[in-house]
Design a protein around this ligand. Sequence first.
Ligand SMILES: *Cc1c(COP(=O)(O)O)cnc(C)c1O
Length: 357
Amino acid sequence: MSWESNVRRVVPYVAGEQPQNKNVIKLNTNENPYPPAPGVEQALRGIDCDILRKYPDPEVSGLVCALAKRHGLSKEQVFVGVGSDDVLSMSFLTFFNSQKPILFPDITYSFYDVWADLYKIPYECQPLDGQFCIRKEDYLKENGGIVIANPNAPTGVFMEVSQLEEIIRANPGSVVIVDEAYIDFGGESCVPLIEKYENLLVTQTFSKSRSMAGMRIGYAMGSEKLIGYLNDVKFSFNSYTMNDAAIIAGIASVENEEYFKAVTGKVIRTRENTKKRLAELGFTFPDSKTNFIFASHAYVPAEEIFDVLRENEIYVRHWNKPRIENYLRISIGTDEEMDAVLDFLERYLKNKKAVKH
Ligand SMILES: *Cc1c(COP(=O)(O)O)cnc(C)c1O
């Protein structure tokens, strides 16, 4: 027998490409095109490197308190981690420990099935309807837990909080995780439901709306009990997940609320303009409440558009998966970036038409 038969084998999640070429218009990983709040740079410049001798605060109290204050929660209701991927993965490990399958949509964040496989959690995907909407009824059956991205990714579709509340209320026997990675771009958060439902865990991230994907900060909010269990697992795994620079930068970002509102507002405006122009060019897409648009063209295959964009140093995301192989996920960049992409598409599609006729 080989040692290899004892290996925990997984097929890893594939993240969007991070090209080294600076000329690329990068619309493939839903990063924010604007810099982090000015206070973040100031805070980082002010770091005295001597603090690095010591371990960071294992409770991450400073950042936890700043986030608790911003969301109107107590510090016992907030947990922070190294991006929401870390927080979500830790939450899967903590809360999904049943023989019954956990439930999530067939088209959603493609890390969920990877974590389920990694931790050997049984799961059952629930198909989105023809409009890429989550069907509430699919989540009212027996399960070992539920995870729903709201708005969903990569579709951008937002599910009404009242619908989610029905799912949460119908499942007192399992933890319902709502992944709100994109909530700051126009959706309504489930956070107010935390006071009502002990089994609700909401995760958010600094990676998209706070322009800090490189810093790796994410957090979860939930009942004191849930957060307590999450901390027990974290402290059984790695007590010091958050480094000092991330903690300091994170606090500075949360304290710059006005900048945060201005930047998310700008992204939303650009998204709405992009929707108009994409529609004029013959694209269809579910209505997006995120910083990306999931679009399909009337007569040009997504893969062809993906390739030609890429040859022209414009990166978007495409998945060769059933139901979504004819869609492109286009992140919202600056107005200038979107104009460049849309102008290019306009020229390309016009030439195609000319060749066709
Ligand atoms: C981006 C994203 C995350 C993870 O973000 P982090 O950078 O790890 O905070 C989680 N869920 C969804 C749906 C995402 O799109």
